[in-house]
Design a protein around this ligand. Structure first.
Ligand code: SAH
Length: 329
């Protein structure tokens, strides 16, 4: 039995080798290394024991001297409990069509595949894509796509998941955290977004008015969603270890609070202005941006009409306060 499994893997591995020659596009001397890494990882991942898979992955990466790409934010999860916890706490079930970004070696993908209806997984690193395709070849509910999530059309990505509810669940590469979350929210398709990100960014997302972490990004997120930190993940859970602690954040998307698109645009102009010059009073910060249409006296009057002290700073305002102020512009 074991022999048959290995033989079939072996035969399939020849396909990958052929494919790998085209895809890896790496130097000759690296070729053997990647090919054997492929083979070992595939055998390890295909065994049904997740514990074995992840621990083995860590060993394999070391043994085969896999060069993690810093610029691609490659910190792979090697603690088996974390992907299980992320998937459980994000609420994934069979009605979910999940968009995952950066599957790496598939630590989270394999749990998502078990629990979700469908998983579309986008990986930038061309070295990893053939490995992932092979690992998930028999998982009919997993679609691996090579590309940069910031350049792909999100609508196209989720089109093959029609019939499911759209959600995001990912261990995000840290260098694209804010543009990626912004793109998911602006796409307007997702019901929830659960992502592992730097703790510092998670704190900014969940910050309260008046705190030093509270800023334009906090307001943007809280205008569109109800965010919450699910749990923290220490550096030891990754290989290689990142320098900072990570947090898993879940954002539940809510309906827009301003129905008119132009009014919404003005709201965000006011928010950006308020945080553009944090040390200025709200009146001065707004005047710096709206001076072509409003005199300083008019802006001062707006702030007073809204019931605020004219010396207040923008960072003290809640979302509702900003909505109130923006309605006068
Ligand atoms: N999810 C895996 C790996 C996380 S590391 C795990 O938890 O173990 C981040 C992953 O994102 C890497 O595999 C990296 O290659 C990939 N990545 C980096 N930038 C990307 C981008 N712009 N689009 C898609 N994937 C990206």
């Amino acid at each position: 039995m074991i022999n048959t499994v290995f033989e079939s893997h072996y035969i399939r591995d020849f396909d990958i080798v052929t494919h790998a020659i085209d895809t890896f596009n790496t130097k000759q001397k690296n070729f053997t290394l990647h090919t054997s890494l492929n083979f070992d990882i595939i055998c390890a991942m295909k065994s049904n024991d997740v514990n074995y898979n992840i621990n083995t992955t860590r060993e394999l990466l070391k043994t085969h001297d896999f060069k993690h790409s810093k610029s691609m934010g490659q910190n792979f999860l090697v603690d088996v409990n974390i992907p299980e916890k992320i998937v459980k706490m994000s609420g994934v079930d069979k009605s979910y069509g999940v968009l995952e970004i950066g599957p790496g070696l598939g630590a989270l993908t394999s749990i998502l595949s078990r629990e979700a209806g469908f998983v579309t997984s986008v990986e930038l690193d061309k070295r990893l894509v053939p490995v992932l395709k092979e690992i998930f070849a028999e998982h009919s509910n997993v679609n691996i796509i090579q590309g940069d999530i910031l350049k792909l059309d999100i609508k196209n990505l989720i089109d093959n998941m029609s019939g499911f509810e759209y959600h995001v669940c990912a261990n995000l590469p840290y260098n694209i955290t804010t543009p990626a979350i912004t793109a998911f929210i602006e796409a307007g398709f997702f019901k929830t977004i659960t992502v592992m990100i730097q703790k510092e960014v998670a704190k900014r997302i969940c910050a309260k008015p008046g705190s030093s972490e509270y800023g334009a990004f906090t307001v943007f997120i809280n205008y569109h969603a109800v965010p919450g930190i699910l749990f923290d993940v220490p550096p030891e859970c990754f290989s290689p270890r990142p320098k900072v602690t990570s947090s898993v954040v879940k954002m539940e998307i809510k309906g827009n609070q301003i129905s008119d698109k132009n009014d919404e645009k003005t709201f965000f102009r006011v928010v950006r202005a308020a945080f553009g010059q944090r040390r200025k009073t709200l009146v001065n910060a707004l005047y710096a941006v709206f001076n072509k249409t409003h005199s300083k006296a008019e802006i001062t009057e707006i702030i007073e009409t809204c019931g605020f002290d004219t010396r207040i700073r923008g960072e003290m305002l809640s979302i509702d306060d900003f909505i109130k102020v923006a309605s006068h512009f």
